[in-house]
Design a protein around this ligand. Structure first.
Ligand SMILES: Cc1cc2nc3c(=O)[nH]c(=O)nc-3n(C[C@H](O)[C@H](O)[C@H](O)COP(=O)(O)OP(=O)(O)OC[C@H]3O[C@@H](n4cnc5c(N)ncnc54)[C@H](O)[C@@H]3O)c2cc1C
Length: 600
């Protein structure tokens, strides 16, 4: 096929239906473009990290202070002045953005959040020692976090524009099509076949980071064991495509983490996706410490992390990655741990028990005597009252290790998102090595984000909203330097229609009722409830797009509980609170219809 044969044409192609892509597609369409939005995930599972995020969005009330804070975070690097200006302006206008484009009154965490639910005060600002940070606030679309609420608004804004935006699911972008260094289209896998789509105005890359690409984690971070907490679909394609278009890559070594200690979590069992546990105090405080791969301690286990970064000689960094960090503790600490609800259901199963420190040393495959030395050192240091050990841990948080049984519990460094990718400018144009815009190529979101090392929470999603809008509008209005040539369109066996269609009616038998909820993590949750003589006889989940693995497991329990207890008002499944709420809401919706019918 010659390079100029295409299967179809759009004004703008947006690759990646997460927060940045949804925003870019929506604003490109509002600027008059016919848009193709593609995502590699199946329908309902798009949304990338945006769907799993805390839904916290950065904002500021003072432009100059915000600029100063962004520049301080990037120290010692020189800021890209124009880019920082655009970002700071966007952050300052965020409350207005919420009202005007998301149709919600912003919920200010600074003013209105109840920190006893989850403590967000440490994020306001996350780097209080840097000037300018006192202007920073984070906004929510309502009084709740980690419930995909913002994501669902962004998604809805796309689906409402289905006349202007075609959406293809399970349709990964695989290559850019270029002509004389301009990006003129994209090759996309659709139903297993390659299709070539012309973009008369531009291509916007919003494919997220490389959290799930082992080779890129090796090549760019030099790390082998990082467990993603968010989407499993972000595989770094935008970086590969950026290099195809000769883009400059930047901020490749930075990534964010979250969780216990410096962003460690228990090792996930089946999928690579780690569970986000934000608090487990007994895992840091007492006769307990964490060791690196060589069996020695390497940080203050009680220190709060800043998105996984901990203090390191004047800078905050995620510590060097260990393949198998272990939390080590004695018998009395285990008793304390078990006295509280344990937030990880595989704790007992994954616990390594030994009769002595030497035996544990052998079980962990450490060099002979190392663990004993670490324990001896810890015991020695904890004896000094009102002091700090060499990592800055208060000796008041350290208890003597007793003789007898000892335990190890393996952890893994988590990864929220990477920041690296093709560099963009203030117009959201991707630039080449000399910082010149590449004709027809735009980007937004965490792919090529602005954060070089130290990161302030809330800024990634803010970047999606701010630069998604800029990218969408600029791509839609982009005038090509030269006309994109084309030898006409090749017909394709592949269905090129949008995957966004009106829903088909559901077949319902006698005494069966459809229940619908929009409170889940993904697309609409639909259940069919068989309700007769005031009894729930059966609940069937007709369609759902909750988190892979976790959601399915939860539904088995929820459907049976609803029948056994004959109510929608059943207990949430641990680790699947949002999904459980959506299930209850959907069953309630069906029961309301049943009751309405019987009243008529
Ligand atoms: C648990 C968690 C909590 C977080 N909390 C916050 C928070 O509260 N506030 C904040 O600011 N940031 C937060 N972050 C970071 C933030 O969520 C992300 O940086 C941001 O959402 C990224 O948005 P995006 O649109 O750039 O990428 P994503 O939302 O990740 O979307 C990328 C999309 O590209 C798709 N894709 C990948 N490859 C291809 C391909 N080949 N072709 C087509 N599509 C493809 C993916 O399927 C995905 O849908 C959090 C991250 C995580 C994981």
């Amino acid at each position: 096929m010659s390079e100029h044969n295409f299967n179809a044409e759009y004004d703008v192609i947006v690759a990646g239906f997460g927060g940045a892509g949804a925003t870019a597609a929506r604003f490109a369409s509002d600027a008059g473009a016919k848009v193709l939005l593609v995502d590699s995930a199946p329908s309902g599972h798009e949304g990338g990290n945006t769907r799993y995020a805390g839904q916290i969005v950065g904002a500021a009330d003072d432009y100059s202070k915000m600029k100063e804070y962004i520049e301080n975070l990037a120290e010692p690097f020189e800021p890209d002045e124009e880019l920082v200006n655009a970002y700071a302006r966007g952050l300052t206008e965020m409350p207005e953005y919420f009202k005007k484009y998301l149709d919600v009154e912003p919920f200010s965490v600074k003013k209105d959040w109840d920190n006893s639910k989850i403590n967000l005060s440490e994020m306001l600002p996350e780097y209080p020692e840097y000037s300018g940070g006192d202007t920073y606030d984070v906004l929510l679309v309502h009084d709740g976090v980690f419930d995909a609420a913002l994501w669902k608004i962004l998604r809805k804004k796309v689906l409402e524009r289905k006349d202007q935006i075609d959406v293809w699911y399970e349709a990964p972008i695989v290559h850019l099509i270029t002509e004389h260094n301009a990006v003129i289209g994209a090759e996309i896998k659709r139903h297993g076949q390659s299709v070539r789509i012309k973009a008369t105005r531009g291509v916007i890359l919003t494919t997220g980071g490389f959290e799930n690409n082992v080779q890129m984690k090796r090549d760019y971070l030099g790390y082998s064991n990082l467990a993603p907490i968010g989407s499993l679909y972000n595989k770094g394609i935008g970086i590969k495509l950026g290099t195809e278009a000769k883009a400059r890559l930047w901020n490749m070594t930075n990534f964010e983490s979250l969780g216990l200690q410096h962003g460690l979590e228990p090792v996930p069992e089946v999928s690579a996706q780690a569970r986000l546990i934000l608090s487990w105090p007994k895992l840091s405080n007492g006769s307990i410490f964490t060791v690196a791969d060589d069996g020695t301690r390497y940080f203050n286990e009680t220190e709060d992390n800043r998105h996984g970064h901990i203090y390191d000689h004047g800078m905050w960094r995620v510590p060097t990655n260990n393949v198998s960090p272990y939390v080590i503790f004695d018998e009395k600490q285990l008793v304390k741990i078990k006295a509280d609800p344990i937030p990880w259901d595989k704790f007992e199963e994954q616990l390594i028990e030994a009769q002595s420190i030497d035996e544990l040393n052998a079980k962990l495959g450490l060099q002979s005597g190392v663990l004993q030395n670490t324990v001896d050192q810890f015991n020695l240091e904890q004896e000094t009252e009102n002091s700090f050990d060499k990592f800055g841990r208060s000796t008041g948080t350290m208890n003597h290790f007793d003789d007898g049984k000892v335990y190890a519990f393996q952890m893994v460094q988590t990864m929220l998102n990477t920041q690296g990718g093709p560099k963009r400018n203030a117009q959201a144009e991707v630039v080449d090595f000399d910082n010149n815009p590449i004709d027809g190529l735009y980007s937004a979101g965490e792919l090529g984000a602005l954060h070089v090392n130290q990161y302030q929470g809330g800024m990634n999603i803010a970047e999606c909203l701010i630069f998604g809008k800029i990218a969408g509008e600029n791509a839609a209005r982009h005038e090509r330097k030269s006309l994109v040539t084309s030898d006409g369109f090749k017909t394709s066996d592949v269905d090129l229609k949008s995957d966004v269609q009106d829903r088909e009616d559901t077949d319902l038998g006698e005494n069966e009722y459809l229940g619908v909820s929009h409170q889940g993590m993904g697309d609409e949750l639909r259940v069919k409830v068989h309700y007769e003589n005031e009894k729930i006889l059966n609940v069937e989940v007709l369609s759902q797009s909750e988190t892979d693995g976790l959601g399915n497991k939860a539904f088995d329990k929820l459907t049976s509980d609803a029948v056994v207890k004959n109510t929608y008002n059943i207990d949430a499944v641990s680790g699947a609170t949002v999904t459980s709420n959506a299930f209850r809401d959907a069953v309630k919706n069906a029961l309301d219809k049943a009751k309405q019918t019987s009243n008529n």
